[in-house]
Design a protein around this ligand. Sequence first.
Ligand code: SF4
Ligand code: SF4
Length: 202
Amino acid sequence: MEISTAVKKVIHYNVVQNILKHYQCPETCGAHCCSTGQIHFFEDEVKVLTVLNKEKAKNITSEGLYAGLYQMNTPCSFLNTSGRCEVYDSRPTVCGMYPFKVNTSGTSLGLQPCPIGFLIIRDFAEWIVDTFSRSGVTDEEIVRIKEEWQKNVESYEAELTEFHFKPLLKEMQIPFDELEMLSMFLSSKKYAVHNIESKKSA
Ligand code: SF4
Ligand code: SF4
């Protein structure tokens, strides 16, 4: 099995896809995630990118990284001048899951409060409050949970305001089992499908 396929299983990549299909990257974001920081790829993904465009894949390096891990400095060579990914249908794992990010816990994913990430956080807060409201806890407890999550949402909204300028963001950690439930919650609400135009293929 390819390493990227094995990793996708571990990090619940399919669940992430089921969540992300409900959201849309705003054009105003300018594909920020493809333009800043470093982007990491697995060896089998580098092979695919090399077949797609050997010249652009030359900008991928493995220097100083763990065996089997590669890096593209940003802006990513596969990002075209219109801010679209030229290899969208074959995009590597980290690209397909952003604003979710792998962490070292093994039990959760991080969620960056970028424009889409913030919308997911807001919906996650709604799901938490909804779940508690149906669980038979007291009205006082529901009010307390609502206030707590309102504050959480406001603090991530503050991160979003500075999103394009901050090198590090306070990211939300979402346990894998809660990811599954959030996905079901979003599907049950029959959210409109928003296209992820700013990262989609040219
Ligand atoms: S995932 Fe979308 S909204 Fe978030 S930084 Fe990337 S392009 Fe922007
Ligand atoms: S989504 Fe495409 S353009 Fe963006 S970092 Fe990944 S490969 Fe590069």
